[in-house]
Design a protein around this ligand. Sequence first.
Ligand SMILES: [Zn+2]
Length: 318
Amino acid sequence: MQLQEFLNSAAQQHMVVADSLAFGEFQSFPFTMNPHVRNNEVTSVTALFKVAGTLPNKVFSDLRKNLKPLGSLAYQGTDKSMILFTCAGSDADLWNKLTMGFTQITQCFWANGIGVPQQCPLCHNGGCDSLAFVGGYVPVHASCVQNQAYGAIAQAENNRQTGNYALGILGALLGALVGSIPTVLLMLFLHMISAWLYALIPLGAYYGYKLCKGKMVKGVVIPVVVILSLLMVMVVELTVTYISVGREYKWWMSVGEFLVRYFDAMSFGDIMMDIGMPLLFTALGIFISWDQIRRSNIDIETSADLTLKSLFRKNAGM
Ligand SMILES: [Zn+2]
C-alpha cells in the first residue's frame, strides 16, 4: 500500500489527514497514526494515544503481552501518558491489526479508569470544543489552537523580515557569557565542575540570539551557537586559570601578559586535556537543546500549519 492509498483509506474512515499523519478517534479515544514508508510502500504504522492517567505496570505489561501477535506497545520516552502501538503489515491486514489492537487497548483504558485528557494543553481549562495535534491528538479549544498557531506564524514572518544577524550574534555572545557565569563561580568558590552548568552555555547563546532578534535561519543559528559555545569554554578555562594563578601566587599580571605566558607554557595537547571534559559537557548541552536550537522560521511555520490542519471541531462540552 502506497502512502497516498493509506491516507485516502484513513480519510474514508473519517480520519483527519494532515501532511503524512492521520488523526481520529477510536471508542472516544483520540489517536495519531504515523505511517512508516519504505520504498514507497507503507510497511508499518505507529499509533499514539495521549491519555489522562497511567496504567498500572502489571496491566501495561499484560496488555503488551496480549498484543504481541498484532504489534508492539511502548511508552513514548518516559511519559506514561503517551502510549505507542506499532504494527507491521500490508493493506487490509495492516488495518485489521490496527483495529484489533485499538480494540484491546481502548478496552484496557476503560477497564482501568483511564480517560481522555479533559484540559486544553494550551490554556489548561476544561470545556474543550475540538481536537488537535499538540504533542498528541488531544481535546483543545479551537480558539486557543488558532491563536497560538497564527501567532507563531506571524512571529516567524516578522522575524524573517526584521531579523538581524549582527544583533543576533551579539546577543548570542552576551547569552553565552551569562550562561558561563555559574560555571566560573562554581569552579572558583567550590572547585567543582558540573556538566549541567556547562550545558547552560549553548542554551544562553541560543536564547541570547533569539532575544536580540537574530534571524532564525538554521544555517546561521546552529554554527553561531556551536562556535560561540566552544569559544566560551576556552574563555572560561582562561578566566579560571588567571584567577587561580592570581590567588595562588598573589600575582595579578596583565591579561595580555597572562595570555602570552599561558600559550607559551601550554602545548596544544595540554590545553585539550584541560578543556576536553568541558567541551564534552558543552556538546552535551548542545545535544540536549538541539530540538530547540534547530527550529528555524520554516520549522515553526510547518509545525503551526500541521496543528491547524489537524484541528477538528466537535460540539461544545466534550
Ligand atoms: Zn484552551
